[in-house]
Design a protein. Structure first.
Length: 306
């Protein structure tokens, strides 16, 4: 278990990467389930964020290059024209900062999960994702791969629609649709987007970015939206993205994103960050029902799109 406070070793490493700045205070940031996040505030008003990959040892074992991956992703993300953190330093192995770590600039804004106008909010999310996908993935070292083993995929025990799952699995074992690889975020969802005065002020958490199908990003965001707000929000986001890009979202990538999310034997639960950021009233039972409804909506459409 990671410590709640930043270790002296990690803090010293971070401060050496920013010589001349006088530290005022350190805040542990809420909401992250995969890495510890601390914000460093300096007397001149500058702020930095230190991410340490210390919460999921299994993730670090399977991907020991996480810090380098995020460092390279931040450099590519800067080409989107969106506000994204700028890399200050990274420690790939953790030899200097206790854990593999990435030090980056801190963006202004807050996560907004209770927007005053959901449709405008969804349209802005779609616009931001379209800008990410306009960036070339040429010569980027990381490529998209499913999180789930499609050859071993089975319907979850908790579902109320096992027949729909059986049909989905059958479709996922077919070859994927052809696509042109582009730069994708790979974890684009509302808790990774910052807002200020009604406008997007930043997109964060780039550690999973890779070259891959744009539709995988759309599908990943849709499965999050379906759980958070219901099927209508997921469909409105898809429509906004298609309207902005002219790209038609293939059902295959929506199903794959749903299958990726279903990994593990435990039934899905409310993502811990959602209530932290103000989205209350969700229950595990409601999340599971919304996922079944989402799957039924996808499978119930006999065409190749949804």
């Amino acid at each position: 278990m990671a410590a709640l406070t930043l270790s002296p070793t990690a803090l010293d490493w971070a401060l050496r990467a920013m010589p001349g700045r006088r530290l005022q205070q350190v805040h542990r940031l809420p909401g992250s389930t995969s890495a510890s996040l601390h914000r460093l505030d300096f007397q001149d008003g500058f702020r930095a964020v230190l991410r340490q990959f210390d919460l999921l040892p299994g993730w670090l074992t399977s991907e020991p290059d996480l810090a380098r991956h995020e460092a390279r992703s931040l450099a590519r993300a800067a080409q989107t024209g969106l506000p994204t953190p700028h890399l200050i330093a990274f420690d790939e192995t953790g030899t200097e900062a206790d854990w593999p770590s990435v030090l980056m600039t801190c963006l202004p804004g807050e996560v907004e999960l209770n927007p005053p106008d959901l449709h405008i909010w969804l349209d802005e999310l779609a616009a931001a994702l379209a800008r990410i996908h306009a960036v070339s993935a040429a010569d980027f070292d990381w490529t998209h791969a499913p999180y789930s083993d499609l050859g071993q995929l089975t319907g979850p025990a908790w579902t109320s629609v096992p027949d729909a799952w059986a049909r989905a699995i059958e479709q996922l074992r077919e070859p994927p649709p052809a696509f042109t690889p582009t730069f994708i975020h790979r974890d684009f969802h509302p808790a990774n987007v910052l807002w200020r005065a009604g406008q997007i002020s930043g997109v964060v958490d780039w550690v999973n970015a890779c070259a891959g199908p744009a539709a995988a990003d759309v599908g990943h965001c849709r499965v999050n939206l379906a759980q958070m707000y219901g099927l209508g929000a997921a469909d409105a986001f898809k429509a906004a993205y298609e309207r902005r890009t002219g790209q038609c979202q293939s059902r295959y990538w929506d199903l794959l994103s749903l299958a990726d999310f279903m990994g593990g034997a435990e039934p899905p639960r409310v993502y811990p960050a959602w209530p932290i950021f103000g989205l209350t009233g969700l229950t595990d039972v409601l999340v599971q029902k919304r996922l079944d409804d989402y799957l039924t909506g996808l499978i119930g459409n006999p065409t190749g799109t949804n």
